[in-house]
Design a protein around this ligand. Sequence first.
Ligand code: HEC
Length: 481
Amino acid sequence: MIPAMFSAALAAQLLAPSTASLPALRTSQPAQSQGTAAAPPPQAAQLDFEVYRTFVEPLFTVKRNGNARCIDCHAPGAGTLRLQVLPEGRYTWTEAESRKNFEAVARFVVPGTPRASRLLRHPLARTAGGDAFHGGGKHWASQDDPEWQTIAAWVSGAKPKLYTRTAPRIVQTNSAGDTTDVIDPATNTVVGRIQDIVIPHGVTGAPDGSHIYITNEHLSTVDVVNPITLRVDHRIPLTGRPNNLTITPDGKKVYAGIAQSPGALNVIDTATMTNVKTIPVNGSVHNVYVTPDGKFTVSGSVATGVISVVDTTTDDVVWTLKMSSGIRPMTFETNADGSTKRIFVQLSDYHGVAVVDWATRKEVTRWEHAVVPGAELHSDGLQAAPAHGLGIPDGKHLWSTSKVNGYAYVYNLSDLKEAGRVFVGQHPEWFTFTPDGKTAYIAAAGDNSVTVVDVATVKVTAHIPVGQVPKRNGTVMVLVP
Ligand code: HEC
């Protein structure tokens, strides 16, 4: 379930029968004037444009399951509510266009009285207090729907800023699907599903919980998802088909790895939600990470086997390292002061882990995963990546997955000796940990599920069914009521 947006008190108030003296519905009818010189409706003066633009307007472009989008009908001209047409390739309106939309929408609003506003009554189920008929169908089953409540708050003159708390979510993209599953680690259940991204790839989140960022391989965009509605609010065009993405610890920049040849990093400025810079790197990019201290962005190329290190203040490449084969997942060990000590790297056609010393910029050692007696072995569909998932949960151990035998291996960082292993499912891929480092979530791509492992005991505690071929995942903070 998507969390409800407002307090029970406000919900009760909205539902209370105190609106017996509703103004006649006709008071919210438009003046019918479609001329360019139409004066703004009087309602507009009583409504907040910024709140409208930030919270309400994005709801007109989102895709709800089984429904056409509001914009699909109300931009071409259904009814009398006219939204501005979005040109091909644009997913959001300019401010001038938003102002026109604002005035058009205000005509169907009775400021201060959500339940009298046609904007809220028309797409609302009749059983929940909606109008008997809407040519565009019913989009909200109840007044508890967070989208309905968002619009109601705007109509009431409230600012929807009741989200002050954040909670972690495990976001699992499904690489062969059109869904992304959102898991609450407190209950190990799927609590939401993002349904408007075909072939989602990487995922990261704003540290303040305000946005989830997902690379979209189908449209070659970074999609910005509202964590409350789980809808795509913005799509930011990239210079080519992306793979993974990462964010700086201050949340100001997102780096998207461009997998399409010749490869590059695109830099997204999250204040303006625009693609502000393309950094050329050596080879198409698969994975990209910001180091834990936030000072460097490190990308790896499968095609050329080159690691490129970018300074996050200048966004220029400062050093590179060519390895023996393609660069797959990486993870970073830190020194006591938080600076980077070693990079652990998985490589194409290598069933193990290589170690790069950060200070000397050289590979210092590598080792193969041990053979597991009696394990069922897979060689089909490995995509030249027998080991494809790396992470450090606690500053003491390194975890690495094997697609060959379905195991996760645990090594001591102190001596790089194996400290444990556990079977986690078919074709395990990327994994992520809860913020406290106590629980691992491993995408079992061949099982269409996420395997939950207790880090301390290296034991499987749950399997969570998700969508088709889950691969990349991430732990993000999201705003909750
Ligand atoms: C399939 C096309 C379609 C979709 C999708 C659609 N509408 Fe409509 N809408 C109509 C038509 C047709 C009318 C006019 C007939 C009527 O009143 O039902 C209308 C009427 C309305 C009205 C009354 C004012 C008017 O234009 O006559 C409002 C308000 C409205 N829609 C809001 C919305 C909102 C908000 C959404 C998205 C949540 C939405 N609509 C989605 C087709 C659509």
